[in-house]
Write a protein that binds this ligand. Structure first.
Ligand code: GAR
Length: 189
């Protein structure tokens, strides 16, 4: 049995997909951590009955914000940190504290289109094949070791919204599965 924490900043559709996949397993989604008081993900946490913590970065150094985060991770004995639309860069100190125990999902086929505009940059590119990447987090921006990539070929006639939906379908299908596999593996248990 392993403990998981999800960090998210916005809508939280991945958070919800993960929570639903883990329900009924031996593993436990201990809490949601969010840096944005207006994020819809906070409402999802309430609905799902999952503990939520709001860490406001404003007026704090990243280091101070992360100190509080590490305290919470230790308090809840977290084995795996899952970033799901968490729009803050973690410091090398945080990453080294949880080395190989932080994963992220990104809405492009990395190394293409890292950063916060993965879907838009993929959409407006000439690429026919688009997709998602699930990877370990290192000290770079979306540069860590890749765990899984899934893609599809677009016709070119899709709207941005349609592409976004296809990407989210892949994310909701594969991210929870990868997480479950990692939690089941010896080493993280
Ligand atoms: C997801 O598409 C995720 O891949 C992306 O944010 C979205 C969050 O959606 N993450 C990044 O762009 C990270 N650089 P959600 O809040 O509905 O789960």
């Amino acid at each position: 049995m392993a403990n998981l924490a999800v960090f998210a900043s916005g809508n939280g559709s991945n958070f919800e997909a993960i929570a639903k996949e883990l329900a009924g397993t031996e593993h436990s989604l201990k809490f949601l951590l969010c840096n944005n008081k207006n994020a819809f993900v906070l409402k999802r946490a309430d609905r799902l009955g999952i503990i939520k913590y709001l860490i406001n970065y404003t007026g704090k150094s990243r280091h101070d914000a992360e100190e509080k985060m590490i305290e919470l991770l230790k308090l809840h004995r977290i084995d795996l940190v899952v970033l799901a639309g968490f729009m803050k860069i973690l410091t090398p100190l945080f990453v080294s504290e949880y080395s190989n125990k932080i994963i992220n999902i990104h809405p492009s086929l990395l190394p293409k289109y890292p950063g916060t505009k993965g879907i838009e940059e993929s959409y407006y590119s000439e690429d026919k094949e688009l997709g998602i990447t699930i990877h370990f987090v290192d000290t770079g921006v979306d540069t860590g070791k890749i765990i899984l990539q899934k893609s599809f070929v677009r016709s070119g006639k899709e709207t941005l919204k349609e592409i976004e939906e296809r990407i989210h379908i892949l994310e909701h299908l594969y991210y929870p599965q990868v997480i479950l596999e990692l939690l089941n593996k010896t080493g993280i248990k």
